[in-house]
Design a protein. Structure first.
Length: 403
């Protein structure tokens, strides 16, 4: 049975997004082997992730401008190929500076993924299925994060660290070839002004508008909250509630599984109840925050904690696709690449902010405040979302001064 065009588009885009997340977490399993091979410190090892993720975050917005101007397909093909070959080349590194350089080049390739993917999905998928397409895109990225460490560790056991990197890096080449051979079905985003709308902001004026700044903060705050849970939930449950660390890790796993499953629920809702996206996001964010507080405050056994963290992750994950749809709706025609490049840069930034201050809070003897702050940050993110939605509608109605 032949696959539909929409399904093929989702598979092509999803495979590239899977790789972009997979490669980020394929590096940590290498750390001990690299330390022995290159005689470097843990701080130097951490620079690999910093350079890869930091380069991606910094370049997403300028790449978004290029995607909007020249089209997304060639950038997607070139970026995915650069990302994959850089990882493969790490397997042949003879000095650690080469690893750092290749990590940076992989980050350059990775910076293409979000702007190009969202531009192509917006032009290639029917509006009635856009929410589910966005959800599958996020879902594949989450799977990449989940698969990276165990798959790479298993390959290291079989082939050593060099063989593992060559294998996972070269695995991206068939993905690139598939995108190249079927690129005719990847239609770029629609361009020009939407019918019935006034003149739209473009370029720098668009990204510095109140709406886009608020959406950037919405993404960043959501990532800050998620980073707090992912980094410190196990420590908080061990310190505050006395659970064994290995057992407490079950709660974090449940949270991550819930978050991943929730993405698909959110995609269905975004397509089915398009006019009610903001109330849906608001309600789920409040529910997730309330459940996190329940984990912190209720004297319940581990089984209940696991159920609460799963439900909290499910609620927050379900809000993610409607969040992306709100950003898409606020992006003027032909501007989706730069908009998603800009606002999604808030994700790595937010994830990088909270682990250190939350750790300092624990060091000062207040681990019970970590999840409280997570809930507060989630509610602040909700304020940004609601204000951005309202601001976007006001900007649509207001005339844009002639330059």
């Amino acid at each position: 049975m032949a696959l539909s065009r929409t399904t093929r588009v989702n598979i092509l885009i999803g495979n590239g997004h899977f790789l972009s997340h997979f490669y980020v977490l394929s590096l940590p399993p290498m750390f001990l082997a690299w330390q022995s091979a290159f005689d470097v410190s843990f701080a130097q090892l951490g620079m690999t992730i910093m350079l890869m993720s930091g380069t991606t975050a910094l370049l997403q917005t300028p790449v978004g401008f290029l995607v909007d101007r020249y089209g997304a397909r060639s950038f997607l093909i070139g970026g995915t190929l650069l990302m994959s070959l850089s990882i493969a080349a790490m397997g042949m590194a003879t000095a650690f500076w080469q690893v750092l350089l290749l990590a940076t080049l992989s980050g350059v390739g990775n910076s293409v993924i979000h702007p190009a993917d969202y531009a192509i999905l917006s032009g290639s998928v029917d509006k009635e299925r856009m929410g589910r397409a966005f959800a599958l895109h996020t879902f594949n990225g989450n799977l990449g994060f989940s698969a990276g460490p165990p798959v790479t560790a298993a390959l290291m056991a079989w082939f050593g660290w060099r063989g593992a990197l060559l294998t996972v890096g070269l695995a991206g080449v068939p993905v690139v070839l598939a995108i190249l051979l079927q690129s005719r079905i990847l239609v770029d985003q629609p361009r020009g002004e939407a019918a019935g709308s006034g003149p739209a902001l473009t370029g720098r004026a668009l990204l510095t508008s109140r709406t886009m700044i608020l959406f950037f903060l919405f993404f960043a705050l959501g990532a800050m909250a998620g980073g707090g849970v992912q980094s410190w939930l196990v420590t908080v449950l061990h310190t505050v509630k006395g659970f064994d660390v290995a057992v407490a890790a079950t709660a974090l796993t449940a949270y991550m599984l819930g978050s991943t499953a929730g993405v698909l629920v959110g995609g269905w809702f975004a397509d089915t109840f398009r006019q009610h996206i903001l109330p849906f996001v608001a309600g789920l964010t409040v529910v997730s925050a309330a459940l996190i507080l329940a984990v912190n405050w209720l004297p319940v056994p581990l089984a209940a904690i696991v159920a609460l963290t799963f439900a909290s992750g499910l609620a927050l994950g379900a809000s993610r696709t409607p969040r992306d749809m709100m950003v898409r709706d606020a992006a003027p025609p032909g501007q989706i690449g730069k908009v998603f490049g800009f606002v999604s840069a808030g994700l790595p930034l937010g994830s990088a902010i909270t682990p250190v201050p939350f750790g300092m809070l624990i060091d000062r003897g207040h681990p019970e405040l970590v999840l409280v702050l997570v809930a507060v940050i989630l509610l602040l993110s909700l304020f940004c979302a609601g204000t951005a939605r309202a601001s976007g509608r006001m900007e649509e109605a207001a005339p844009v001064p002639a330059e």
